[in-house]
Design a protein around this ligand. Sequence first.
Ligand SMILES: Cc1cc2nc3c(=O)[nH]c(=O)nc-3n(C[C@H](O)[C@H](O)[C@H](O)COP(=O)(O)OP(=O)(O)OC[C@H]3O[C@@H](n4cnc5c(N)ncnc54)[C@H](O)[C@@H]3O)c2cc1C
Length: 330
Amino acid sequence: MTDKTQFSGVWVFAEQREGVIASVTFEALAKGRELATKRGTHLAAVLLGQGIKEKAADLFAHGADKVYYVDSSALAGANSDALTAQLAALIAQYKPEIVLGGSTICGRSVFPRVAVRAQTGLAPDCTGLDLDASGVLQATRPAYVGNVLATVVCPEHRPQMATLRPKAFKKGTPTAGRIGELIEAPAAVGDVKTKVVEVVRDAGNQVSLTAADIIVSGGRGLGGTVHFSLLTELAKEFGGAVGASRAAVDSDWINVSHQVGQTGKTVSPKLYIACGISGAIQHAAGMGSSEFIVAINKDPGAPIFEIADIGVVGDLFTVVPALIAALKNR
Ligand SMILES: Cc1cc2nc3c(=O)[nH]c(=O)nc-3n(C[C@H](O)[C@H](O)[C@H](O)COP(=O)(O)OP(=O)(O)OC[C@H]3O[C@@H](n4cnc5c(N)ncnc54)[C@H](O)[C@@H]3O)c2cc1C
């Protein structure tokens, strides 16, 4: 059993790519600030990369009291081997009580491996975080395809680790000029066995699916790859991103990076428009927490209408062009 008295502080892993801090990091800092205040401890961010020291200012502005910074060329790309080794080394050295990160591709790759190295537990993809009276983190996450909400605790081991579902937590308002303690730590990336050979950008979505405020999603009802251009046009009018059901992805109508659902991405936009999607439980698992759901489906009995705020019973090939025309005439 871990000697818990040796552990203190709430940490947030500041995920970044090419010097741009991921939005979920700021969401985690806002929640981390709340937890740190309740625990009467400090909030720290961990910034790993090369030549991005000045980004610490954004982390201080969003509530971090300390920023642990490691500058290394091995940490420049999104190499999860290097990130895992470095984060695990910092945890072993500084012993934080709680470590938070994003439930992103990077977080999902790095956090489970760090948890194993730190010999502790991990609550992944959380939608709620709180502390009980004794300071044990209460991590809420959907389980059984979103049918129940489980509360996950790690009472005996430290740190308590959790990844946060992007957009499930609100960002705080940054305080410009707020300063904190910048601690430069030595690189400890270990034996990096993998290397990032090339980064291929998804040309399809100009706006990242998980970061988008508006998502227009298509399913089997679209009937073919060519019709996704209709959704692309609607998404463009809204400044949003295009999503898809697994049926559309499996039919090779659109790349898998657009898939929303249990085996795709979890999204939580302000507006989700489901076009020709039946609303299977595995799809709903990835978009059910959207703030406002509009469903366009020609079958009035489609399950998507049970979770939609507005349901349009009709042919999407009539409704979507009418929507695009209305938006163009604004
Ligand atoms: C382990 C597992 C994991 C899965 N993971 C995922 C996942 O991550 N994401 C996911 O989406 N699915 C996932 N699925 C698949 C899921 O169960 C459904 O099969 C899938 O979501 C169905 O996609 P769909 O709604 O596009 O197709 P369908 O269920 O075939 O629905 C098509 C809908 O389009 C409507 N329609 C047809 N023509 C029109 C028209 N002209 N205008 C308007 N409406 C029209 C129909 O009325 C129908 O409701 C998973 C399944 C399993 C078993």
